[in-house]
Design a protein around this ligand. Structure first.
Ligand code: UDP
Length: 316
């Protein structure tokens, strides 16, 4: 039975990945310092003998006893608000945390998968984004703490692959949504759904003409699981190529929730990318993967989840 370590295991993606790995017959050790993760995301695994949780900050040495077959490095603040509030932690987990997670993989002879990001492309000048595009990132802007940490993490991962021969993989994750997102993490999906359900105005940043492409979490996790099994070491985009403006997206949320919420304009955050859509040709060819869940279906599921979790005091 394979043994996997998932850093950031109590987060949105880390907890869904943990569920998938357990389903695939892995034993899982989830590690999280809970600064943006939430133990509630793992509550349903209490009593599962194949699952363990360790509260630990992976920027410190990661000590794990026994053998490990896979290290999935998912620990990081991941919403613009979070990394603006936690700039040093974001830089540290992408750099020191990635170094420690790679060191763990090396000493255990484990495979390693890095959760990287479409933010590596910055405010892209090439559209849609292919993996061979080097990006347009402002290193000293407010988003630079996340973008550059992840770019460093990719460089460190390739160095461990080339120099130490560690079997590494890199996934570049595009905007993803689904149950277990934090209501107040500032990202557009929980923000709009929360506002719509409470009858508050939907906050459109800038003119709302900037675009994003939203992938449902089960599709994303399936792509990541497939990549973990593949013999490929360069980055692979995983995301949904359906591209919408933020205004169009707000309209979808209004229709699906039936809210009477108006829209209000707020200033566009600094360096907010104008357009984003993954080119997923590489994932299609290499992994036989493409997203399956239609936006309406995924959003319905997510809205249903937020309806039952909206007022939960434990949900940050
Ligand atoms: N956005 C918005 N209103 C909000 C939150 C976000 O208009 O309440 C916009 C934001 O400016 C960006 C897009 O939605 O253009 C996606 O933002 P998010 O924070 O979800 O993630 P990003 O893709 O920027 O990392």
């Amino acid at each position: 039975m394979p043994i996997s370590v998932v850093t950031g295991g109590a987060g949105f993606l880390g907890s869904h990945l943990t569920d998938r790995l357990l389903k695939e017959g892995h034993q899982v050790l989830a590690i999280d310092n809970l600064i943006t993760g939430n133990e509630r995301n793992l509550d349903h695994l209490n009593g599962n003998a194949k699952f363990r949780f360790l509260r630990h900050d992976v920027t410190q040495f990661i000590a794990v006893e026994g053998s490990v077959d896979f290290v999935f490095h998912f620990a990081s603040p991941a919403s613009p608000i979070d990394y603006l509030e936690l700039p040093i932690q974001t830089l540290k987990v992408g750099s020191l945390g990635t170094h420690n997670a790679l060191g763990l993989a090396k000493v255990k002879g484990a495979k390693f998968l890095l959760a990287s990001t479409s933010e590596c492309y910055g405010d892209p000048l090439v559209h849609p984004q292919k993996e061979d595009y080097w990006g347009n990132v402002n290193p000293i802007g407010p988003r630079g703490v996340y973008d550059e940490a992840k770019r460093f993490a990719e460089a460190m991962t390739m160095a461990y692959h080339r120099y130490h021969g560690v079997d590494t993989k890199i996934v570049r994750i595009f905007n993803t949504y689904g149950p277990r997102m934090r209501l107040r993490d500032g990202r557009v999906v929980p923000a709009f759904i929360g506002q719509a359900l409470k009858g508050e105005p939907l906050t459109i940043f800038g003119d709302g003409k900037q675009t994003r492409s939203f992938c449902y979490v089960s599709d994303l996790i399936d792509g990541i699981y497939r990549l973990s099994q593949a013999d490929f070491h360069e980055p692979v985009n995983i995301g949904n190529p359906l591209e919408l403006t933020i205004l169009e997206f707000a309209e979808r949320i209004r229709n699906l929730t039936g809210t009477k919420s108006e829209m209000v304009r707020k200033p566009l955050p600094v360096d907010d990318p104008q357009q984003r859509r993954p080119d997923i040709t590489r994932a299609e060819k290499l992994l036989g993967w493409e997203p399956k869940v239609a936006l309406e279906d995924g959003l319905r599921e997510t809205i249903r989840w937020f309806q039952t979790n909206l007022d939960s005091p434990a949900r940050k």
